[in-house]
Design a protein around this ligand. Structure first.
Ligand SMILES: [Fe+2]
Ligand SMILES: [Fe+2]
Length: 397
């Protein structure tokens, strides 16, 4: 079942499962007497068609003695990283941006109507990108899991007092508001097919992600630095488009989320900066390693049960609308090279100097490749794709 089934809506043949006299629930292996009165599963109720493992398996690539680096940085992390979190009392909450369900029914309905009026003129293609961003946020359990695979910084108990674990839990708690707010806003707009969105989220969390970080916190923090800035750029651009499209509240929603992402980017980039200070060659090699692998977006395994190329198609729309583009990728790389002062880094091993040359010369190469790809795309007939998230309407890629 998906949440939207319990909130009214379409497709009564898939009505919420309620316990009926003929339904018996039992724990343990099914017995011959066990009967479920379930409707036949739709074609989409299969395991994600997307391969779960997408790279050669490489794990625990950080030499075990380097765990000490992270142990020795605990005091530093408490002093410089944890303060970048916002106290809960000072944090915004989704409720502040949404119609007030505690107001009188009339007032609440008016607020919902206003929301729907504001979103009425926003184009379908904008919703494709916003839904993709929301789904990316909603797969948050995967990201917390991913960070907790990193040796030396993982949360060893689930409530570990280590500053690394404290950061990860509180970061997750801050991020949790992003998906909640976007999801509720999108639901109330009525512009998107919540059932398909919910299925995509379920597929995505089931599929996981494979960023190639190998349980290695050097790689993990390079990845999160890049990734947080990518989400900052993307939410910033949807904020601008929402404003231009006539919804200043949605613009504020996306802008507020973007500000969180910026703060998170700052924290992760600060950690890499520190690693470059205490272990310049190790950190430089990690940056090059992640850039060679290319930073894959966290939702790269998304699937809605219909379109096996859903992520590719969503990314193409984001690229065309200018919400997140290959140019942004190169910009982020250049920004981080500048922030980490990689060009001026000294005291490197020969191998790390090679990594430095590779990383510092990469952005122009990415831009050139993209120019060629754009050229090829211009010569091709524009084609469009149906997105289940917007009731199978077609959007030009
Ligand atoms: Fe987020
Ligand atoms: Fe984030």
């Amino acid at each position: 079942m998906q949440a939207s089934r319990f909130l009214g809506g379409r497709n009564p043949s898939w009505a919420p499962l309620v316990q009926s006299p003929t339904t018996q629930y039992q724990l343990g292996p099914p017995k011959p007497t066990m009967r479920f009165r379930l409707p036949p599963p739709p074609a989409s109720a299969t395991i994600s068609a997307v391969a779960v493992q997408t790279r050669p398996l490489r794990t625990h690539s950080m030499p075990p003695e380097k765990v000490e680096v992270f142990k020795s940085l605990e005091g530093w992390a408490s002093e410089w990283v944890l303060p970048l979190l916002k106290p809960v009392g000072q944090s915004w909450q989704p409720n502040e941006f949404l119609p007030d369900a505690t107001a009188s029914s009339e007032e609440f309905f008016d607020q919902v109507r206003e929301l729907r009026d504001r979103t009425a003129e926003l184009p379908d293609e904008f919703f494709v990108v916003l839904v993709g961003d929301m789904i990316t946020e909603d797969a948050l359990p995967t990201y917390q899991t991913m960070i907790n695979t990193l040796d030396g910084v993982k949360d060893e108990t689930g409530a570990s007092p280590s500053p690394w674990a404290q950061w990860t839990r509180s970061w997750t708690a801050e991020e949790n508001r992003h998906g909640d707010l976007l999801r509720t806003y999108l639901y109330l707009s009525g512009r998107v097919d919540m059932l398909m969105i919910e299925r995509t989220v379920q597929h995505l969390i089931g599929a996981g992600m494979d960023p190639g970080t190998e349980n290695n916190p050097y790689l993990g923090f390079v990845y999160t630095s890049f990734q947080e800035r990518a989400t900052f750029v993307s939410h910033g651009n949807t904020a601008r488009m929402a404003k231009e499209g006539g919804d200043p509240v949605l613009a504020r929603v996306c802008g507020t989320i973007a500000a969180d992402e910026k703060r998170h980017e700052n924290a992760y980039a600060k950690i890499v900066e520190k690693l470059l200070e205490v272990d310049p060659s190790g950190a430089m090699l990690a940056i090059a390693d992640m850039m060679r692998k290319k930073i894959t977006m966290p939702a790269h395994l998304m699937y809605d049960g219909h379109d096996p190329k859903l992520f590719e198609h969503f990314s193409a729309v984001a690229q065309r609308l200018g919400v997140y583009t290959a140019d942004d990728y190169a910009d982020i790389l250049e920004f981080l090279i500048g922030r980490w002062k990689l060009e001026k880094l000294e005291g490197l091993t020969a191998e790390a100097r090679g990594a430095q040359d590779f990383v510092c010369g990469l952005a122009p190469r990415i831009r050139k490749l993209q120019e060629r790809a754009d050229e090829r795309a211009r010569k091709m007939e524009p084609h469009s794709v149906k997105f289940s998230w917007i009731f199978n309407k077609e959007v030009v890629l």
